[in-house]
Design a protein around this ligand. Structure first.
Ligand code: URA
Length: 430
């Protein structure tokens, strides 16, 4: 029988009492949990101690490294191109990856965008792309490399289960033990997967506001700083933008409708906030890839990014020109009075879209690609009584009542226009 070098209870006590856990026992704790020697009860207790007591920069680095060591580590060194990835902490209507990856790839940079599916009120990039007839999320490592090395350059595909398996187990445990919100645990969870993926550079879109993980900008800043430090300490050039998630991003919330909006952006149009954020993140990514003066606006406006999108979709068996699914049932919500839209809260709109079938309640559930919400107006827009505010779409009109319940009090038509704020509030660098 294997002789274990440490006791979980000593590690838990050290953190519970506010101390820093030394490198060897911390590495062991993560490894032993992944092997099943440290129990869920012990790891949950440790996670709660981390939530209460925090961790020092060096502890977070060790923990992240220990999580990476539980799985495979990929390398893109053989590509002969710079690789740069983007990660968003998740929001409502956040389809930015779709136009961003091909836009950045149109400058000759490789973009490995290993993505997930949505659970809860934030949508998953793969779910959105699967609205496109034929499109395939599962690629072998060989297919992924070939796509990045060749003319396409960008790949958006399912992250294999081999990257940081400790995180998968720990995240599921945190989800049911009230410990998701600990900044050291969020940072090590996100960065273990990104560092294991092997990208040269990474841009983080850390969201704050009612539709984000972090409600306030101070916590979002702390999370961003922690992740930028982790990336930098591991040799991944990392910067972060703090961006607003109080209001849904763009006008489309769902899957197929978010693809439609992304294609509008790639055609040089689309909602101003989606374009602004796509351009800001593209500039950051290209600066890290050694092209600080790249004219990203021109690439959106002259069709280069669109060509890159079509090539990326075709490379994964999708038909970029095929019609996207449309819903059987729609329900229009109209303004009751004349005035100005003062507020549309992201979280309830995300929950409503989820209830319409755009998201899933259990990992194994399918999503309804045509379900979702299309906003006709945004905060600051003037409306007259009877004008459409937004349209709900679903395959079954029985879904509308619970979606409308989520939207009760979520938006307001008043008399005073809200102050307009830029979507990107801060930039965090090493
Ligand atoms: N996303 C992750 O991958 N991990 C977290 O802990 C939170 C968000």
């Amino acid at each position: 029988m294997r002789v274990e070098p440490f006791d979980a209870v000593d590690v838990i006590r050290a953190k519970r009492d506010g101390g820093a856990v030394a490198e060897a026992p911390l590495r062991w704790m993560i490894d032993a949990y992944t092997r099943g020697y440290v129990s869920d009860a012990q790891m949950a207790s440790f996670a709660m101690a981390v939530l209460q007591r925090g961790m020092e920069r060096d502890e977070i680095r060790v923990m992240t490294d220990a999580m990476i060591a539980t799985g495979e580590r990929m390398s893109f060194a053989a590509l002969g191109k710079r690789t740069v990835d983007k990660h968003s902490t998740g929001g409502v209507g956040d389809k930015i990856t779709l136009p961003l990856a091909p836009l950045v790839a149109s400058f000759g940079v490789a973009v490995p965008q290993l993505s997930g599916r949505g659970l809860g009120h934030t949508g998953g990039t793969l779910d959105k792309l699967e609205s496109i007839p034929g499109w395939r999320a599962a690629l072998s490592n060989e297919e992924m490399f070939a796509q990045m090395k060749g003319d396409v350059g960008a790949v958006i595909c399912a992250a294999g289960s081999g990257l940081a398996p400790a995180d998968k187990k720990l995240y599921a445990l945190r989800d049911v033990t009230g410990t998701v919100e600990a900044i050291p645990l969020i940072a090590s969870s996100i960065m273990s997967k990104k560092i294991a993926e092997g990208t040269d550079a990474l841009v983080l879109d850390v969201k704050f506001g009612n539709g984000a993980f972090m409600q306030d900008i101070d916590r979002a800043r702390e999370l961003a700083r922690t992740m930028v430090a982790l990336g930098t300490d591991s040799g991944v050039a990392t910067t972060a933008l703090l961006t607003d998630m109080d209001t849904p991003l763009g006008l489309a919330i769902g899957n197929a409708n978010e693809v439609r909006e992304s294609v509008e952006i790639l055609a040089g149009g689309g909602p101003a906030d989606v374009r602004e954020l796509t351009l800001a993140l593209a500039r950051e990514m290209l600066a890290l890839a050694g092209q600080p003066d790249a004219d990203v606006e021109k690439a959106l406006d002259d069709g280069r990014a669109m060509d890159s999108w079509k090539a990326m979709i075709r490379a994964q068996d999708g038909d970029p020109d095929a019609a996207l699914p449309t819903a059987r049932e729609t329900h229009v919500v109209r303004a009751a009075v004349d005035g100005v839209v003062t507020r549309m809260d992201a979280l309830p709109f995300g929950i409503a879209a989820w209830r319409l079938g755009a998201g899933r309640a259990r990992a194994e559930d399918p999503v309804i690609h045509a379900a979702g919400i299309d906003l006709a107006v945004k905060p600051g827009d003037r409306v007259t009584a009877g004008q459409t505010l937004f349209t709900l779409s679903a395959d079954d009109d029985a879904r509308f009542a619970r979606a409308l319940q989520a939207l009760d009090g979520a938006y307001e038509v008043g008399q005073t226009a809200p102050a307009s704020q830029p979507i990107v509030r801060e930039r965090i660098t090493a």
